[in-house]
Design a protein around this ligand. Structure first.
Ligand SMILES: C=CCO[C@@H]1O[C@H](CO)[C@@H](O[C@@H]2O[C@H](CO)[C@H](O)[C@H](OCc3cn(Cc4cccc(/C=C/CN=C(N)N)c4)nn3)[C@H]2O)[C@H](O)[C@H]1NC(C)=O
Length: 132
């Protein structure tokens, strides 16, 4: 089990910065934000090599424990061993994941009005978390 933060109260326009290092033999990692582990606004899941996906970011939502429709992104701006900072923000329409060179959007399917939950899982070592 990776890092889990609950009782957050992140409002639209605010951002969660997760800084850390991708393991050198990473198969995949995930950053989840939402209400709790069963209700996710965004499951942001870069896959180096897992579930049959190679170098693919899979995004999804989860409502009452049920996964939604997957959204596979075209870009894969990650490499094994990278030190990265991911900045997650949202509004009533969509969640945004900002990286230095590129950003990804994912629809706010559940219409969440705040983020209370953050979890980082898999082959990623969290160094710091900042809330702006
Ligand atoms: C083609 C067959 C049917 O279609 C597949 O059906 C699978 C099951 O539904 C989906 O997969 C599921 O997709 C979900 C999103 O939609 C979640 O990602 C879920 O994972 C949840 C989960 C998270 N976590 C923690 C975690 C997260 C990241 C890395 C690790 C560990 C790293 C391992 N490191 C090693 N070993 N060194 C651990 N555990 N489970 C995944 O199982 C596939 O996408 C889907 N593929 C396609 C093309 O459609």
């Amino acid at each position: 089990q990776g890092l889990v933060v609950t009782q957050l109260d992140i409002q639209p326009g605010e951002c969660i910065k997760v800084k850390g290092k991708i393991l050198s033999d990473a198969k995949g990692f995930a950053v989840n934000v939402g209400k709790d582990s069963s209700n996710l606004m965004l499951h942001f899941n870069p896959r180096f090599d897992c579930h049959g996906d190679v170098n693919t970011i899979v995004c999804n939502s989860k409502e009452d424990g049920a996964w939604g429709e997957e959204d596979r992104k075209a870009d894969f701006p990650f490499q094994h061993g990278d030190k990265i900072e991911i900045c997650i923000s949202f509004n009533e329409l969509e969640a945004t994941v900002k990286l230095p060179e590129v950003e990804f959007q994912f629809p706010n399917r559940l219409g969440m009005e705040k983020i209370e939950y953050l979890a980082v899982e898999g082959d990623f070592k969290v160094k710091a978390i900042k809330f702006h």
